[in-house]
Design a protein around this ligand. Structure first.
Ligand code: GAL
Length: 967
């Protein structure tokens, strides 16, 4: 077996479209015999026939290292073995697979037969009945072998030897787990004589006339005639005829109109679902059917926490419905073609798709791209073969509007050759590739993680006259629409700054949106350890010598496809309807951000809530509002009629679907907006109490430290002044615009703000108030925060805290927050809050939070990121009721709102643990009241926190009340 050649696989028939045919076929999936060897040299020579020791079984499709043979490994850019192309390492698991089967009568009835493999990672040698059929390269690409002469009636012996690593590994270095095996289906196909071997339907739509232009290139065995039949349109014509069809409804991601098409010969019928659409670039804008579109996208890897990249139709349909429910309209199939059936779902449900070739040579980055195959003539055919397999398989899918050459493979003649072939073969779609900034041979200017300023520049530059001395390449680039094929790295708490990107995308016509990195976290679930806990694993957890830790845990949904807060915020950022309630409450402005839909399917409702009570509500009549237009709708008088309120008076207007859609029942929100009028709650009158250095009223202080020890008998420990948070994944990495600086987490550690200590400056009681002065300083340095806390008792049973915080000494760096921490006994129960929720929020991650009177269940107070970190803040809270094991504590602001975090984990425990399931049970409740916070940014890959969301040392003050409530 030669696994060290830059050449493509051998022996397969020419790539062709995936077709749904009435010809017989037979699945060869199931339990196959299996044996793994540690290297090619040690693998048995007679593996196809001999039953030596060590044979077991695996499930096909499947990855053997998720089925007890070895273990998975994760690395991103780093190659797991020496860069020595095209050689794989000696230590290279070789999986021998054998399967015996009896072909069905249906298959045997035909003389021509194919054996199809939809995915084998990374290289295979395929034998049938001791005949070598050929080899495969391109793990996520289909290979079909002609077995007409080899297949026999009775028992057939299929033998597939798979190398985990091969020459192909150098160009399949995607950021994901190394998961070898026959992981997609194996199928035997009968090919009727006179059957339809290939179809390429071009279904153009002319937006000027509403006509569809359909032409099907059909390859028929023996050149026999074929017909194309579209019952719905009354078409029955010779295949190959160019058909002009009037009154066509075009396909779009928003209205995925498909027509059933049959291609028939006397011997075979294939069925396609065809969408008519035209994709073009005009004036640096990306147009479909004559109108600009905006990618509200995600990068989608195929991942399942138990089965790896094995396809499960039900799971994937649910996953795509979840995307639709969150307004995602575009998918980049990073970084390889997905399972072929996923394309049918894209067409049916409606997604703009960038279909990416299975290609990534990122490992060469580490040596300055020396020797990258993209420019090596020896690899040219391999590159072209990958692209042809990609395009041919999915060429009939309306959803695919761009072909992508691959990911992060630098530049080179082989990429150009792929682009040239693609454009010539399929001029109906555009070509995408991000890795070559010159962008000479692509149709969109694609970037990754560009800072906001750069995106603004690219929007602006198109509005300016072209530079006088621009080169042809520069002029070409200026003519291209701009997309971010990756942005907003959804790792851990974050991603911050999405709204700020979106505002730019909306502002400049050239900007056509982007794709969040990434949809799903690639956690792999560990076997049950007897505790029943679901323990997710990431890089390094399998003892890998080279790994990238939890960098693969960066999804809008976790590995079980449960939304992370980032998804809720992204959904709000990209919501198709923008609702702006005027501050005078006379009208609400509705902006339709759909690319093609008018708002006929949307119902508008409003409600007014005063101090938590709904006082009025109703339906608003939405006038006609075509795509990309704006209308004003009047609000009724009762929305603004004066009403006294203690805390807040809120009008919320919600745009929701009027009827059911395939992804959501009627009433699904597509946009909402609020007008929030708040006031600080007036304080109750002071109680008639005498304060001392031991407290006042129900409040007990420790005179030695000035700290609170109890409130009405409830053990309460605090306040601790703090400016640190348990570093998030974004805090732990350096921002792309600050490459010269260490990560925020390191900067905080170097400034010692993670270890501040407090000194009591003085306690003085004066009548009904006790004043505690403290200085909380960093070890090593002279930077500190002086706090003056004045406690008094109130008539309503609460105690009042007026606290002023003032930086002291030589602060230089930034803070994570400026807050007061309290600890309480027992883990937290549900929390009620008046403020922004229910989803956690930070200054630059807040679009999905709404003002309200929320109950946050105990289990949702923080976010279970697999690698623990700060999470669960709720911003702009003015009241919180925290349920504890044997008490309830209410905290209210008498002045400005605070950000509230209630957690069962201390910051120190969060910062120290590697996995959520390793966090100790501290049996405590940790409450943080932040007077100011830094944003979270997206520095784990991309820009850090935007300047406007950073927190520099500053003073702050707040007045709060604390009250122990009856249970
Ligand atoms: C990009 C790459 C992705 C992923 C991401 C970081 O550079 O294209 O595959 O690695 O960075 O998570």
């Amino acid at each position: 077996m030669d696994i060290a050649t830059p050449a493509p696989g051998t022996g397969a028939v020419a790539p062709r479209a995936r077709l749904r045919s009435d010809a017989p076929q037979q699945s060869l999936d199931g339990r196959w015999r299996f044996r793994v060897s540690p290297s090619l040299r040690s693998a048995p020579a007679h593996w196809r026939t001999e039953d030596a020791e060590g044979w077991g079984e695996v499930e096909v499709p499947g990855h053997w290292n998720l089925q007890g043979y070895g273990s998975p490994a994760y690395s991103n850019v780093q190659m797991p073995f020496p860069l020595d192309p095209p050689y794989p390492p000696d230590a290279n698991p070789i999986g021998d697979h054998r399967f015996e089967f009896v072909p069905s009568d249906g298959v045997l009835a035909h003389r021509r037969r194919l054996l199809r493999f939809d995915g084998i990672e990374s290289a295979a040698e395929v034998w049938l009945n001791d005949t070598l059929l050929g080899t495969t390269r391109g793990s996520r690409l289909t290979h079909e072998f002609d077995v007409s002469a080899v297949l026999t009636a009775g028992v057939n012996r299929l033998a597939v030897r798979v190398a985990q690593f091969s020459d192909a590994t150098y160009v399949e270095n995607q950021d994901m787990w190394w998961l070898p095996g026959v992981f997609r289906s194996v199928t035997l196909l009968a090919r009727p004589d006179g059957g339809i071997d290939d179809v390429f339907v071009r279904a153009d739509y002319d937006p000027a006339t509403g006509a569809g232009l359909l032409e099907a290139a059909v390859e028929v065995d023996g050149d026999r005639p074929a017909r194309i039949v579209i019952p719905e349109l009354g078409v029955d014509a010779a295949a190959g005829t160019a058909l002009r069809l009037d009154g066509i409804e075009p396909w779009s991601a928003e209205r995925p109109r498909l027509y059933d098409v049959e291609v028939r010969t006397a011997a075979e019928t294939v069925r396609l679902r065809v969408g008519f659409r035209r994709v073009e670039v005009v004036d640096a804008q990306l147009l479909v059917n004559g109108a600009p579109i905006m990618f509200r996208g995600v990068n989608r890897h195929e991942h399942h926490p138990e089965r790896g990249r094995v396809f499960d139709a039900e799971v994937v349909r649910e996953e795509l419905l979840l995307m639709k429910r969150h307004h995602i309209n575009a998918i980049r199939t990073s970084h390889y073609p997905p399972h072929p059936d996923v394309l049918d779902l894209f067409d049916e449900l409606g997604f703009w798709v960038i279909l990416e070739c299975d290609l990534e040579a990122h490992g060469f980055d580490r040596v300055g791209w020396r020797g990258v195959p993209s420019d090596e003539p020896a690899w040219r055919e391999a590159y072209l073969d990958r692209m042809r397999r990609t395009v041919h398989r999915d060429k009939n899918h309306a959803a695919v509007i761009l072909w992508s050459l691959g990911n992060e493979s630098y530049r080179g003649a082989n990429l150009e050759a792929m682009a040239r072939w693609t454009k010539q073969f399929d001029p109906t779609r555009l070509v995408h590739y991000e890795g070559d900034p010159a962008s000479r041979y692509v149709d969109v200017y694609s970037l990754m993680y560009a800072p906001h300023d750069r995106i603004r520049e690219l929007g602006e530059e198109r509005l300016q006259p072209a530079p006088v001395r621009a080169t042809a390449d520069e002029l070409h680039r200026l003519s291209l629409p701009v997309i971010q094929c990756e942005f907003a790295h959804a790792m851990g708490t974050g991603p911050g700054g999405m709204q700020e990107y979106w505002d730019l995308f909306e502002q400049y016509p050239r900007l056509a949106g982007g794709f969040v990195w990434e949809w799903i976290e690639h956690g792999i679930v560990a076997p049950d350890d007897g505790t029943g806990r679901r323990r997710m694993l990431y890089g390094g957890d399998f003892g890998e010598a080279v790994h990238d830790g939890n960098f693969v845990m960066d999804g809008l949904v976790d590995a079980d496809r449960r939304p992370r807060p980032g998804l809720i915020h992204y959904a709000a950022v990209i919501a198709p309807v923008v609702v702006t309630v005027a501050a005078d409450r006379r009208r609400v402005t509705i902006s339709n951000r759909y690319d093609t839909l008018s708002l006929g399917h949307v119902a508008l409702s409003w409600e007014r809530v005063v101090d938590g009570e709904r006082v009025d509500a109703g339906i608003l009549t939405l006038p006609s509002c075509p795509a990309r237009s704006t209308v004003d709708v009047e609000l009724p008088e009762s929305a603004r009629a004066p009403r006294p309120h203690a805390v807040a008076d809120v009008v919320t207007v919600t745009a929701a679907t009027a009827g059911d859609s395939p992804w959501a029942t009627a009433g699904h929100e597509v946009g909402s907006g609020q007008d929030v009028v708040r006031r600080a709650r007036p304080a109750a009158a002071p109680a008639d109490a005498t304060a001392s250095d031991r407290g006042v009223g129900p409040l007990e202080l420790d005179p030695a430290t000035g700290r609170v020890t109890a409130l009405g008998g409830l053990a309460l420990d605090g306040p601790t002044v703090d400016v640190w948070r348990a570093p998030t994944d974004n805090d732990r990495d350096y921002g792309l615009e600050e490459l010269d600086l260490p990560s925020m987490a390191e900067r905080w550690h170097d400034a010692a703000i993670d270890r501040m200590v407090t000194r009591l400056v003085g306690i003085d009681a004066d009548g009904g108030a006790v004043r505690v002065r403290t200085r909380t300083g960093t070890p090593i340095f002279d930077s500190a925060i002086d706090a003056t806390a004045t406690w008094s008792a109130l008539e309503d049973g609460a105690v009042r805290l007026d606290i002023a915080l003032e930086p002291h000494g030589g602060w230089t760096g930034e803070w994570a927050r400026l807050g007061l921490d309290f600890e309480l006994p027992g883990a937290p129960g549900d929390v009620d809050l008046v403020g922004y929720g229910p989803v956690p929020s930070y200054p630059d991650l807040r679009s999905g939070a709404r003002f309200g009177w929320w109950r946050i269940p105990a289990g949702e107070l923080t976010v279970g990121h697999v690698r623990p970190q700060e999470s669960g803040s709720r911003i702009d809270v003015s009241e919180a009721t925290i349920r504890l094991r044997d008490a309830t504590l209410r905290i209210r602001s008498l002045t400005a709102p605070f950000a509230l975090t209630v957690s069962p984990h201390s910051r120190r425990a969060l910062a120290a643990a590697a996995h959520d399931w390793e966090l100790p049970d501290e049996d405590r409740t940790f409450v943080a009241l932040d007077l100011a916070q830094a944003g979270v940014g997206t520095a784990s890959c991309g820009p850090g926190v935007l300047p406007r969301h950073r927190l520099f040392p500053r003073a702050a003050e707040i007045s709060l009340t604390f009250e122990r409530l009856p249970l």
